[in-house]
Design a protein around this ligand. Structure first.
Ligand code: SF4
Length: 64
């Protein structure tokens, strides 16, 4: 699964990090970054994406 974060949309809520703490991190600008695209189960990553208040996270299936 590929994870794309739109930094313009990200407002640093940290929800993604809450649901998938081994996948998402916040950088010095309080914007989400992917620390490890396979850090958490895909269900947790999907929860993280759907929890994003600004819909900044896009998930793309690797073979899709
Ligand atoms: S949940 Fe969305 S807005 Fe919040 S830190 Fe993650 S990407 Fe940014």
């Amino acid at each position: 699964m590929k994870i794309h974060i739109d930094r313009e949309l990200c407002m640093g809520s940290g929800s993604c990090q809450f649901f998938a703490p081994h996948t998402f991190d916040l950088d010095a600008e309080c914007k989400a970054v992917v620390s490890n695209p396979e850090g958490d189960p895909s269900t947790a990553i999907q929860s993280a994406a759907s929890s994003c208040p600004t819909r900044a996270i896009e998930l793309v299936e690797a073979d899709g």
